[in-house]
Design a binder for this molecule. Sequence first.
Ligand code: SF4
Length: 325
Amino acid sequence: MEEWIEQLQNSVNTLDKLKEFINVSPEEEKAITTLHTKWGTTPYFASLMDPDDPNCPVRKQVIPSMKEKENRYGMHDYLLWKENRRNGEVRPDSIARQYYDRIAFTVTDTCANYCRHCFRKEIVVDHDLKLRFDVEEGLQWIREHKEIRDVLITGGDPFLFSDDKIEYIIKKLREIPHVEMIRFGTRIPIVLPHRITTGLKKALSGFHRIPIWVNTQCNHPKEITEKTARAVHDLLSCGVNVGNQAVLLKGINDDVETFRNLHQKLLTIRIRPYYVFCCEPAPGIDHFRTPLEKGAELIRDALRGHTTGLAQPIYVIATNIGKFG
Ligand code: SF4
C-alpha cells in the first residue's frame, strides 16, 4: 500500500490517537469531547506538534478549541455570500464564482488536515452547507462558459483524489479550447507530502499548452520539513509551479520574526510566497483573526527591505467580488 494511503487510514482523529503524539491539555480534551466538529490530521503532520506546548502553532491548527463556539464577527452562511451562491446566476454547486473569467471548481469536501481556521469550514468541517461535488456537471458548465480561461480546482483537497481521477480532470479541462490555465489549491505538500508519488507526478507531468499551477498553504516555518522540500521539488520537476497562500493567524504567525522566517524558509524549499490572506469572517474562527492592519504592518516590518524581493507576498482581503490587496 502506498504510504500516503496508509497515512490517511491512520488519520489522527480520536483523543486516544492524539494522545500517542502529545500530552493533551484539559482545554483541548474538553473541545474534542464536547464539540460536534470534524477534526483530524495525518500522523506525519501530528508528529510536528510540540508534545508539551498547547500553544504550538501546528497544534492550534489541528486541535479543536472551545473558542470555535464564540462567533462575534463571523458571518452566518458565509460561503453563500462569499461564493455568490444566491445572487441570481444558476451554477452547479461545484462552481464558485467571484470573477468574470476564472472560477473555483470545488470537487470534494475531504481534507488530509481539517484546519481549525478554514474559511470553508461550513463545507469541510461543520457540514452546515451541503453541496453536490459533481465533477461532470462542473466540467459541462465550464465547457458552456467560453469566458472562463482560468480554473482553480479546490475543495476540500483535490490531491486526495486518485491519480486516475486527477489525470482525468486535467485531461478534460485541457480539451476545452477556452481554458488557458489550471490551478490546484491543496495543503497536501504541507500536511501529506507523501502524496507526491510517481503516479501523481505522471498525471501532472509533460509539456502542454495549458500549464498547471499549484498553490499550497503553509502558515508557520515549523510546517516545513525535508519531506516538504522533496515534495515541492518533485512537483517542480513535473513543470508545475508552486506558490504559497498563507493565512494570517493570531498567535501563530502574526509576529515579525515568525512571519519573516516563514517567507524566507518557503523560498529555501522553492515555494514562491504568493498571498497572505487576512483571516476571513467565516463563523467560529474569531480567535484566529488579527486586526486588519496587522498584515500590512508585518509586510512593512518583516519583509519589505528586510529580505529578498522573492519573499514578498501580497496581503489580501478576500470578498465576494474578489480580493483587495
Ligand atoms: S486543507 Fe484547505 S479546505 Fe481543507 S480544512 Fe484546511 S484550509 Fe480548509
